[in-house]
Design a protein around this ligand. Structure first.
Ligand code: FPP
Length: 235
């Protein structure tokens, strides 16, 4: 159909791990552990559907305010994810990518992530981008600082600043804009995720808690996107 935009990039706010833990009467950490499993399932399901890019909000700039116990548990889950699931992810041809203020991530976790990024850099089946210590406003500010430095150093002219130049200063300039944002657990907010990149995205909200998310739920979100495109695509 004329104008139909192929679904190429899905962004996800993986919300509701804490409420899932409460519902199951287990510790919050267990909710995050189940969330990591849901992430692995979803990466596989997305790749099966031919989605080329998946970007997930794994740790926000605001998440540093959680208890040290919870922050440590999330960092340790990230390390486990790289240690246990990297081989399988690599085998499937998926490239690992990270956006955010990654210098704030503890070095041991960061080192493992960097190893995963290097090991998978030539993979072409799809790209999993983990947003870590990420905030949309922080990204815009970090880009603005670098642009200001380059203007001061006379590398660029202030008059040359436009959307395409700004894009080049984002954490990953190559990352295409997501056509679809999914947020689980019933909250209707973007919570500082991908502020620049979500300008034209469709938003899909579901009450399902992130640890319960699976191939079936992803299918519903994709169906929602396709039905929107059928209605607006031809214009
Ligand atoms: C929101 O749940 C989720 C997070 C703060 C972090 C997301 C992390 C994962 C899915 C698992 C770890 C990730 C990797 C890459 C291994 P919440 O705690 O805000 O839930 P609540 O709103 O119900 O309390």
């Amino acid at each position: 159909m004329a104008g139909k935009k192929q679904l190429n990039h899905i962004a996800i706010i993986m919300d509701g791990n804490g409420r899932w833990a409460e519902r199951e009467n287990v510790e919050r950490v267990e909710g995050h552990r189940a969330g990591a499993k849901a992430l692995k399932r979803t990466v596989e399901a997305a790749m099966d559907l031919g989605i080329k890019y998946l970007t997930v909000y794994a740790f926000s700039t605001e998440n540093w305010k959680r208890s040290p116990k919870e922050v440590n548990a999330l960092m340790s889950l990230l390390r486990d994810f790289v240690d246990n699931d990297l081989a399988e992810i690599d085998e499937k041809g998926i490239r690992i990518n990270v956006i955010g203020r990654i210098e704030q991530i503890p070095w041991i976790t960061r080192r493992k992530l960097q190893k995963a990024i290097r090991a998978t850099k030539n993979n072409t089946a799809g790209t999993l981008t983990l947003a870590l210590s990420y905030g949309g406003r922080a990204e815009v500010i970090d880009a603005t600082k670098k642009i200001a430095e380059d203007v001061a150093a006379k590398k660029i002219k202030a008059s040359a600043i436009d959307e395409s130049l700004f894009q080049n200063y984002l954490y990953d300039p190559e990352l295409p804009d997501p056509e679809l944002l999914i947020r689980t657990s019933g909250e209707l907010r973007t919570s500082n995720f991908l502020l620049w990149q979500l300008s034209y995205s469709e938003f899909y909200f579901t009450d399902v808690l992130w640890p319960d998310f699976d191939k079936n739920e992803l299918g519903k979100a994709v169906e929602f996107y396709n039905s929107r495109e059928r209605r607006f695509g031809g214009r």
